[in-house]
Design a protein around this ligand. Structure first.
Ligand SMILES: *Cc1c(COP(=O)(O)O)cnc(C)c1O
Length: 440
């Protein structure tokens, strides 16, 4: 399979090259040249398949030309060491729990898959004949990406990971999950916002000085190896829905920041997954909603909220959505609607759902839940993506409920370890100086 850039100004590349490049040289995002529609027989039998069996079929459709079947299915199996259960919250509304992986956020799926795929390519050089040099993975994080990617790559030979995160703007637990690891993982604490971190990473890819000495790649959802596997759990959600006997058109509500998660859902729909439509749930960082309303995309600085992983003012996967729909806002509106919620509305939702049903939402899932509450039509089945375990936002959620939130053991282990981070300023040159100093 070849990959083209949404910028349309860069050559098409192989999967291996798309994974290693991260961002295309014209600053566009890579897109697979084809989206394969899966056969009816797959959908009619999906209810009796395992998650890993389902994901292997989806993986074959994208990566089957590039990685031998046994190896690819091995990568899938290894990635999906946990399920994504569908849990009823109230009549017609279900939570797709994506937080049962090692760092308790949905990004474990993409992070773990990408680590294994990249390491496979480094071992096999993807047929490019470019040898097996060391790769440096750069990742900007607003919280959960850093931990999923860092834990996914921890101890993987031939790969160094550098996590850039905004100082003071991620929760303690999130920070501990990527600053305590050491080994091949370095955490850079940037004196700025998530958008600054993301800008630094994008600039690094354009910087010939750095590229001449480092083989850089990105593990943000701009990377196809992180982004495409996120389609897996939409299919798994459908399989659960079939087993639970849910009828009614399915509407997915996705708490969105960089829109990688939602875009993966759009790919699943193009592959024939029976989905009626998508809701893009946002906090007050609502450039996408504004785009749906006005047809004009106006990126702006992000605002801090209690759903911090969605504090994004210029979502990188917007380029992919535009590309999928040929730039037509009318076509986008037919498949995706938007909504936005303030911190107070998020707090109310967490509290009232907990009081009413006993189900504990995290602030991101709460936005997506509200999107269904406000947007679901009679007879439809609403599935919202619960993107992180509420304990990852222990302070916020605890404050809302007025009680202490217990932390799963998996998380507690990180909390006791000492933080190892390097502080840098928010300018690109601060980062570049740091990188060049690493060479000494
Ligand atoms: C990253 C993240 C999001 C946003 O996902 P995108 O793919 O960037 O839209 C939502 N919720 C949580 C908990 C996250 O970590």
């Amino acid at each position: 399979m070849r990959y083209y850039s949404t910028g349309k100004m860069a050559p098409e590349v192989s999967l291996s090259q798309a994974v290693k490049n991260g961002l295309a040289p014209d600053r566009g995002l890579y897109m697979p040249e084809r989206i394969v529609r899966l056969p009816e027989s797959f959908y009619s039998g999906i209810g009796s398949m395992t998650f890993s069996g389902i994901a292997s079929v989806v993986a074959d459709a994208f990566f089957g030309d590039d990685i031998p079947e046994d190896d690819l299915h091995g990568i899938v199996d290894d990635t999906l060491s946990f399920d994504t259960p569908l849990v009823k919250v109230e009549d017609g509304i279900y939570s797709l729990e994506l937080f049962h992986g090692p760092t308790l956020a949905f990004k474990d799926v993409g992070g773990r898959f990408m680590a294994r795929m990249l390491s496979w390519f480094i071992g096999h050089d993807g047929g490019t004949g470019q040898g097996t040099g060391k790769v440096t993975v750069l990742v900007a994080t607003s919280g959960d990406t850093g931990s999923a990617v860092a834990n996914g790559f921890l101890g993987v030979d031939g790969i160094d990971v550098i996590v850039l995160y905004p100082s003071g703007k991620v929760s303690d637990i999130q920070e501990k999950q990527f600053t305590t690891l050491g080994r091949n993982i370095t955490a850079l604490e940037v004196d700025g916002s998530f958008d600054d971190c993301q800008r630094i990473v994008k600039s690094a890819f354009m910087d010939e000085d750095l590229r001449s000495v480092f083989t850089l790649t990105s593990a943000n959802s701009i990377n196809v190896a992180r982004f495409l596997p996120q389609a897996f759990y939409y299919f798994n959600a459908y399989a659960h829905a079939v087993r639970m006997g849910l009828d009614g058109e399915i509407v997915f509500s996705v708490p969105s920041g960089n829109f990688g998660n939602l875009t993966a859902g759009l790919f699943a729909a193009r592959m024939g997954l029976p989905v009626s439509r998508f809701i893009a749930a946002n906090n007050v960082n609502d450039v996408f909603l504004e785009y749906l309303r006005t047809g004009i995309y106006r990126p702006r600085a992000s605002v801090r909220t209690i759903a911090n992983a969605m504090d994004v003012g210029d979502p990188s996967n917007f380029a992919r959505i535009l590309d999928l729909y040929g730039g037509s806002v009318e076509a986008i509106r037919r498949d995706i609607s938007g909504c936005r919620y303030t911190d107070d509305e998020i707090r109310d939702a967490v509290r009232s759902v907990h009081d009413r049903t006993g189900y504990l939402l995290d602030p991101h899932g709460a936005c997506a839940f509200l999107g269904l509450k406000d947007g679901l039509k009679p007879g439809q089945t609403g599935i919202f993506l619960e993107t992180a375990h509420p304990a990852k936002f222990k302070d916020t959620v605890g404050e809302i409920l007025g009680e202490e939130i217990s932390i799963p053991d998996r998380l507690r282990a990180f909390l006791d370890a000492p933080k190892l981070s390097v502080k840098i300023g928010s300018e690109y040159l601060d980062f570049k100086d740091y990188m060049l100093a690493r060479l000494q």
